[in-house]
Design a protein around this ligand. Sequence first.
Ligand SMILES: *Cc1c(COP(=O)(O)O)cnc(C)c1O
Length: 402
Amino acid sequence: MSKKPSNPKNWKAATLGIHGIDRVEHAHYAVSTPIAHTSNYYFNNTQEVYDFMKAKSEGRVIREHEYGRYGNPTQTECERKLAAVEGAERAVLFSTGMAAVILTIMTFMRRDGHIIFTSDCYRQTRDFAANLLAEFGIKVSMADPTAEAIEKAIQPNTNIIFTESPTNPYLRCLDLPAVVKVAKKHNVMTIIDATLATPYNIRPLDLGVDVVIHSATKYLGGHNDLLAGVALGSDKLVNDIYRMQRMIGATPGPLTAFLLERGLKTFGLRMKHHNEAGMAVAKMLEGHPKIEKVWYPGLDSHPDRAIAKAQMKGFGSVVTFLLKGDDAKTRKFIDNLELFLITPSLGGSESLVTQMWMMSFFDYPEDYRKKIGMSDNLVRLALGLEDVDDLITDLQQALEKI
Ligand SMILES: *Cc1c(COP(=O)(O)O)cnc(C)c1O
């Protein structure tokens, strides 16, 4: 595009989600990114092939696309916008969040290394760490989500710290500058799954984290209508991750990339609403006589309130709570909700509700389930974009009925 903005890096998340940093010229002067639905990209003659291959072997890029598993133009443009929003040199998009998590870990794990994960993490990440990695013979430790516990878990061969912040479902927030300090002291790389925070609320790369991952299925996509993941960081680290991705082929389709980029156009607006809804609902629940306990980093009662306040702009729209009552009462409450859909996931336009033990931990033995805090009356809300007063009214009427 002819008009180059003078200082786009100073733009805020809402603006970057719409314009990115490097605007790209489209065919027909189209404002939105075309969906390039093709599996391969042709060359006009063998000289073009030769020049392309030669440049590639020397690490130069003279044209971007050749074969769909290696990426598509819609994806590339979406990656540039995501990198702009996160303040990263580069982003690589995946078909799912879990593909981003696992392939990023596989890129950097070493046979003789050791990886620290933090507890209270995403169920599938926990299972990957505890079961699959162990079967590959990779040494793994689980630490509480604090910088002190992580430092205690460090061994001479530790090479990766993998954490989430906020965690799910208790929304524990890690003191990221403190974690980075520990990691640098011991020469360990840090990877953070910041799906629940989003770059609207915190930019971990600005704080020294090496690689940030998001399930773009959640807030970045924002409409409960796509699956995608993204890893972001320096050119060098993301290029290493990309080598793994293009080999394995967890590549998002062009339509997914289009929908995700479209979602980014309302990212700032949506996050503002999500943050406001989370705060209002958490406060209402905390003051309600039928609620035992609420976890939300915007409440003074949350264990990591001070950390969250110091490093985050807002706290998102996941609110976790214990209802006063047993399994039957909890189910009755959920079944009486009218606006909330009973389904996992978060960060979309529709509000969602899950009874944690049943949706995510059904196959765990009951005593282990209770040990990790998955009691029968633990409920997680993922507030959507509906009017906040309507959501509160709905929650109140369902609580009245128990
Ligand atoms: C949903 C989620 C994932 C997995 O993402 P998918 O897109 O479902 O593969 C990973 N981490 C966190 C924190 C999530 O919420």
